[in-house]
Structure formats: structure tokens, C-alpha cells
Design a binder for this molecule. Structure first.
Ligand code: MG
Ligand code: ZN
Length: 395
């Protein structure tokens, strides 16, 4: 700073000399003044511009954050998706790539509950924990904090919306299998939008409650796949919105499920409108990349990867236009110990698996938009929460 000031003083002295020298030329006072102003302006910007733009870059904060989680999406899943898609993915549009350490508090190999709770709450917890710490104490999630601060919030998933990954952003339960309890937790916040499977957990309940009716009483538009095709829905930003894509788990992309890209695009527009004052937080999950890994089915992984990448494409189209949105794409863990072996060709992969469960691989993190540069390097999975919270400016 001091060094910069000295330099400025030096430059201030120069225009005086220039003005004096200009007097020697036979120009009238008007022309001399114009030339003097031009030279002075150039000297001023030559000195000032670099430091101003540095400051701007340092202070650039996102208004909106979209966190996209490809469940079970390790580097091999991405590679397989890439090679079988003409060697291109929308993931290549990201400028910053980092790696996170995916392990859980009690196990080097995490599950999706502890993995998502690391992102949502910033704590390392035990496998199976939904929005609670290692001692089962509930921790406020990034979605809940965003909601409290007046941002619009939403989640879109290709599993049940009460499944471990989305549940960890809004529910607080000791065990991941508590779908009915998780569904009830959706009424404890004012989440603006959710789309996913699991209608039964809201409507066919042991406690006899109809949570969809309770959501309607709270002002939500609640709809489902029986009433209208998901890809035809219009989301009215004047009301909060809930949509069930299945009674239980949605079908696979190979079986015709294709809502994730279109709903991601509509959800971004919906939340951008509802969050035009304070911004928004959206979590989008490509849930079934993981299920392809558990099934040890390469084609299942690949079709789910392509579906998720299309959703990434729509989100990136928005973020590139918008300029105020940070997009983060990552996974909770790798699934299957998936490998691409010798004999593979670009469009016909020879693959193998080492397990039907998750592995402890480092996991890639892709970031784009204001603050993206914070996501390069290697860090704990919990740092994703810390970085999002800091970039939002939440204390
Ligand atoms: Mg999941
Ligand atoms: Zn899994």
C-alpha cells in the first residue's frame, strides 16, 4: 500500500513538467489544456487500474449459490460420462477444480448422510446422521440459515426428497432411514421449492397426517406426477411449490425419467424471482449415479451421469448470463470402486468394480462464478459449508 502511494506521488510530479514543456510549443491555451488532461488521465489510470480491479476481485461475493451433488460421482464416473458423450461434458465449462476429503467422523468410507451433512452443516459426523453432529445434536444447515436470512431456498432430487442427501439440508434425525420423520421436518422451515420422489412419506403415514394438506395450508402449491407431467408444469413464483415425482423412488433415466434438466432450469428461474431481493440457495442432486455404482452397472452410471450433466448445462447457462451466481458441483463420495480398464474405446468402455459400496476416494469439486477461486486446492468436505457460509456473508 505504502509502496503504491509513493509511486502515485512520483506520477503526480510528472504532469507538472509536461504542462510546463507544452508551453514551449506554439499551441493555444485550449489545446494545451486538452493535451494536458489527456496525458494526466492516462497517467492516472496507468497507476490506478491494477489496484482497483484487484480489490474488486477480492470482494466479489455471490448473491446466489447453486450446489449440485452427483451422489457417488467420483472421477471415474465423470470420465465414463465424458468418453461416452463424444468426449464432452458441461463440467468442462468450469474454471476452477479442487478436491475434497470425503471421509466421515466414524469411518474412512462415508455414506450419503454423513457426506451431505458435511456440506449442509460443516460438521464431520457418523454414517447415517441427518443434519446432526457426532453426538446426535441438530446443527443448523446452510439452507435453514439462508431461509432465516431471507433468501429463497429450494431442492431438486432424482431420489425421494426425504432420502439422505436432500434430507440432510432440512431435516435433523439420528438415523437416515426415518423417511416419515424427515418428511415432517419439511414443514418446519419455509423452503420455497422442492421436487423429488416420496409422495407416500407425506401422505401415507403412520401418524395419519396428510403433510401435503398441511403444506397447502401453509400456502404451497402441491402437485405430483399423477396430476400433471412434470415437464409441463408451470411454477408460479408468487407461491411456494412442492412436487412429488414418484410415490417412492423415481425410476431411472434409462427407464425414461428425464425431469432433472428441465426442472433444474425452471427452479433456477423460480428461485431467482422469489430471491430477487436477497438471493437464493438451491441444492440439485443427481441421486442415482450412486445407485448405478451399488448395482455395479456401468450403463446405469453413464445414463445418470449424462442426465446430471444436462442439468449442469442449464444451470451454467443461467450462471454465465447472471454473473451473480456461484455454482458448485461435487459428490458426497465415489461408489463402486469403478474403473475403466484396458481394451476400452471412447464409446465402448471395459469397466470393473471393486465393491458394491462406497469408497474413500478424494472427490472433485467444480466451481464457477463469484468466489469460485476459493474452491481450488485440497480440503475437507466440511470446508464446502464454511466457504459457502463465508461467501454469503453469514455470521
Ligand atoms: Mg443421495
Ligand atoms: Zn450409496
Amino acid at each position: 500500500m505504502l509502496k503504491h502511494k509513493d509511486k502515485l506521488n512520483e506520477y503526480n510530479f510528472v504532469p507538472v513538467l509536461i504542462f510546463v514543456n507544452l508551453q514551449k510549443l506554439n499551441l493555444d491555451i485550449m489545446k494545451r489544456s486538452i493535451i494536458f488532461i489527456l496525458i494526466f488521465t492516462m497517467a492516472f489510470f496507468a497507476c490506478e487500474t491494477p489496484s482497483t480491479s484487484n480489490t474488486e476481485q477480492e470482494e466479489k461475493k455471490p448473491k446466489n449459490i447453486i450446489l449440485m451433488v452427483g451422489d457417488g460421482m467420483g472421477v471415474t464416473q465423470i470420465s465414463a460420462g465424458l468418453y461416452t458423450n463424444g468426449n464432452r461434458l458441461n463440467l468442462e465449462r468450469f474454471k476452477t477444480v479442487g478436491l475434497h476429503k470425503s471421509y466421515a467422523f466414524d469411518n474412512l468410507v462415508t455414506d450419503s448422510a454423513a457426506g451431505a451433512t458435511a456440506f449442509s452443516c460443516g460438521v464431520k459426523t457418523y454414517n447415517g446422521a441427518i443434519g446432526v453432529d457426532k453426538d446426535t445434536v441438530p446443527v443448523k444447515t446452510i439452507l435453514e440459515i439462508a431461509e432465516e436470512k431471507g433468501l429463497a431456498t429450494g431442492m431438486v432430487s432424482t431420489s425421494t426428497i426425504t432420502h439422505a442427501t436432500p434430507a440432510s439440508f432440512i431435516c435433523h434425525q439420528k438415523k437416515r432411514k426415518m423417511h416419515q420423520e424427515n418428511a415432517a421436518d419439511f414443514l418446519k422451515t419455509d423452503i420455497d421449492l422442492f421436487v423429488g420422489g416420496g409422495k407416500d412419506h407425506f401422505e401415507k403415514r403412520e401418524d395419519g397426517k396428510n403433510l401435503s394438506e398441511e403444506l397447502r395450508k401453509k400456502g404451497y402449491v402441491v402437485s405430483d406426477f399423477f396430476q400433471e407431467p412434470i415437464n409441463d408444469i408451470k411454477m408460479d413464483p408468487s407461491k411456494p411449490f412442492a412436487f412429488y415425482t414418484a410415490n417412492t423412488d423415481p425410476v431411472t433415466a434409462a427407464e425414461g425419467r428425464n425431469y432433472l434438466p428441465g426442472v433444474s432450469k425452471k427452479s433456477v428461474a423460480f428461485l431467482n424471482e422469489r430471491g430477487k431481493e436477497n438471493g437464493f440457495f438451491l441444492m440439485i442432486e443427481g441421486s442415482q449415479i450412486d445407485w448405478g455404482g451399488h448395482a455395479n452397472e456401468s450403463n446405469y452410471i453413464i445414463t445418470e451421469m449424462h442426465d446430471f450433466d444436462k442439468a449442469i448445462g442449464h444451470v451454467m447457462d443461467f450462471a454465465e448470463r447472471d454473473g451473480e451466481t456461484l455454482v458448485i458441483v461435487t459428490a458426497d463420495h465415489e461408489t463402486g470402486g469403478y474403473a475403466i480398464n484396458k481394451g476400452s474405446k471412447m464409446d465402448s468402455l471395459v469397466t470393473a468394480f471393486t465393491t458394491d459400496y462406497h469408497t474413500a476416494d478424494l472427490i472433485p469439486v467444480f466451481a464457477y462464478g463469484p468466489g469460485a477461486e476459493n474452491f481450488g486446492g485440497i480440503y475437507e468436505n466440511t470446508a464446502i459449508f464454511d466457504k459457502m457460509k463465508k461467501l454469503y456473508g453469514f455470521e
